[in-house]
Design a binder for this molecule. Structure first.
Ligand code: HEM
Length: 161
């Protein structure tokens, strides 16, 4: 009986130590994220059979491989891949001059459309694999202090790598 009590006290002690330890453990500021240069991203344009297919919208790089019927080689939206195609998505245009990250001069309606496709199609359907350099770094190459990774409730951490 006394031995049981001692055991119980010991167990309590261990649990208390453990919870203290967990509480004291510093949390990392952010999860590590992968940075894509334009050249990196261009390698994932669906033209190499065994490689995944990536595209970026608003500087967020998505793995769209499961949408191969849309994005694969010869598929209707292949032109959007291997780059940041924010402007094309906002304007629903595949014109070469719109295949860019640049949102200069877009109308309010186009910007709203961009937000809804970003949220309801890309963030909903495709795992985030990283961010473009433009999104993570300032123009002088220093880290952008305002950078915050996107939440993506449908996917777990491992999907980001
Ligand atoms: C004749 C014109 C077009 C027609 C008939 C058309 C039709 C469609 C259809 C049927 C879908 C599939 C919806 C689904 O199954 O989830 C789709 C998706 C989509 N379309 Fe179009 N589309 C056209 C032009 C464009 C253009 C010019 C763009 C330029 C960006 C575009 C971008 C998209 C995107 C981003 C998706 C979502 C693909 C995904 O789920 O990953 N479409 N379109």
């Amino acid at each position: 009986m006394a031995a049981n009590l001692v055991l119980l006290l010991l167990l309590l002690q261990v649990l208390l130590c453990f919870s203290d330890h967990v509480k004291l453990e510093p949390k990392p500021a952010t999860k590590p994220v992968r940075l894509f240069t334009e050249e990196d991203l261009a390698n994932y344009n669906g033209h190499t059979e065994e490689r995944p297919i990536y595209l970026a919208v608003k500087g967020v790089v998505f793995d769209v491989t499961k949408g191969k019927a849309f994005y694969g080689k010869g598929a209707p939206y292949n032109a959007l891949t291997g780059k940041d195609c924010t402007r094309a998505v906002a304007k629903m245009s595949l014109a070469p001059e719109d295949l860019t990250h640049d949102t200069t001069g877009l109308t309010e309606e186009q910007l709203q459309s961009l937000e809804s496709v970003f949220k309801d199609t890309y963030k909903e359907k495709y795992p985030i694999v990283g961010y473009t350099a433009r999104r993570i770094l300032n123009e002088d190459g220093s880290p952008n202090k305002d950078f915050k990774p996107e939440d993506q409730p449908n996917f777990s951490l491992k999907d980001e790598f």
